[in-house]
Ligand binder design. Sequence first.
Ligand code: NAI
Ligand code: MG
Length: 355
Amino acid sequence: MKIAVLPGDGIGTEIVAEAVKVLNALDLTFEMESALVGGAAYEAHGHPLPESTLNLAKAADAVLFGAVGDWKYDKLDRPLRPEQAILGLRKNLGLFANFRPAICYEQLVGASSLKPELIAGLDILIIRELTGDIYFGQPRGRRVATDGHFPGAEEAFDTMRYSKPEIERIAHVAFQAARKRNKKVTSVDKANVLETFQFWKDVVTEVHAQYPDVELQHMYVDNAAMQLVKAPKAFDVVVTGNMFGDILSDEASMLTGSIGMLPSASLNSKNQGLYEPSHGSAPDIAGKGVANPLATILSAAMMLRFSLNQEAAAQRIEAAVQKVLAQGLRTPDIWSEGTTQVGTAQMGDAVVKAL
Ligand code: NAI
Ligand code: MG
């Protein structure tokens, strides 16, 4: 079981260290190799995704990734910014399906800003398409407008696009995931305004014909944003494009109490995957030893499940996380009156002990 460990920068190094600690506490043998990525790689090699890092990721069964990005790099040319590393990895490894389960652990019901009855028992799965949409669509750039409301003015533009095979494969992933759950898929689009998402809706409907046992519902993204906080438990599997999925999954993270609790898996068609917390590098708290490592530890559990075929070990980690929460241990982001505040490393140690 070959794992490429790419901590990145910001809190990435702190939280990945805890996940590695947890993996090493299992009675399994891994071949783990680390490499620089993001800002850390830019500092050392002048590029956020060096060839050697990419090759290590390609050769591995799975990639355990921390986070990349810092405002101090905002002035760099876009291809040199840390965030390009994660986009480059997704593209080069063909990671098109992003699973973001939003589960509200019973012990954290009180940590969410939502009413307990709305989120108690919440277990939904957001599946975000990861390689298409406006994040990758060409052409893009800046120019002087020749038409529009202000001809002659400077303007910027991106292109939203999806091909039929891209939509088909993510739709299959969603319907198959739903079959293992509650057999309900909500496809989120903006078909009323965008041609790209009318096409999305049409193709998802077409693929649905092969899954008559699964219920399919279509919802506009603005309504989905509202329903997610109004009645989140009405959802089960949500499938959507790259940009809507980015936004809705951050929104969903708040249903779980903290973005520090939300793991993710990004898979290609060979079940090779990249596993990372859904949050970013949190420069505001980096280096302080207070970041919540649980999203990364739970991402490592997803890695065991999806890419390394170690379901039992995945469940052991998830149970250990619930145990430390039941013990009342909380990093500051999930702390509430009456619980015990701990730092990043203490939380990792507690999970190891619970294992
Ligand atoms: P962020 O997710 O890094 O932080 C948002 C807020 O959540 C901050 O207040 C932060 O302190 C808090 N937070 C995040 N993770 C936490 C954790 N584990 N424990 C406790 N609190 C946590 O998003 P932001 O601030 O918008 O972006 C910061 C940088 O991260 C940017 O450069 C951005 O581009 C990058 N980024 C990278 C991602 C990746 O590596 N996949 C994903 C999202 C953002
Ligand atoms: Mg995001």
